[in-house]
Write a protein of this length. Structure first.
Length: 104
């Protein structure tokens, strides 16, 4: 989906819209501005506005987001080392995917 800046009047009296960005994922609206979602593995740092695009940050170690989003936080990774759970880690947690556990 393509985003456009707010319409403005050119020196020739024509209404013009400037193309800003193509969103690889979905979009959301914040205070009347259409913003790109942050990619999986990222979290929202700052919403877009009329002059700036959205700012996203990579999820910190031990956290993840599996889907494109506009959350201001990442979810904590699942721990496979729960006492008496008899589990082990099959796949490690990454910024874009939770850990996967299996029975020992």
């Amino acid at each position: 989906q393509e985003l456009y800046a707010s319409p403005f009047w050119s020196v020739h009296g024509k209404r013009v819209r400037r193309k800003l960005e193509v969103c690889p994922d979905d979009t959301y609206v914040h205070e009347g501005n259409t913003c790109c979602e942050c990619a999986a593995g990222q979290r929202l740092e700052q919403h877009c506005n009329a002059t700036h695009l959205v700012t996203c940050e990579l999820c910190e170690y031990g956290t993840f987001n599996e889907h494109p989003n506009h959350l201001d936080h990442c979810s904590p990774c699942t721990s496979c080392n729960q006492p008496n759970a008899n589990l082990e880690e099959e796949d490690a947690c990454t910024p874009g995917r939770d850990a996967k556990c299996r029975c020992k």
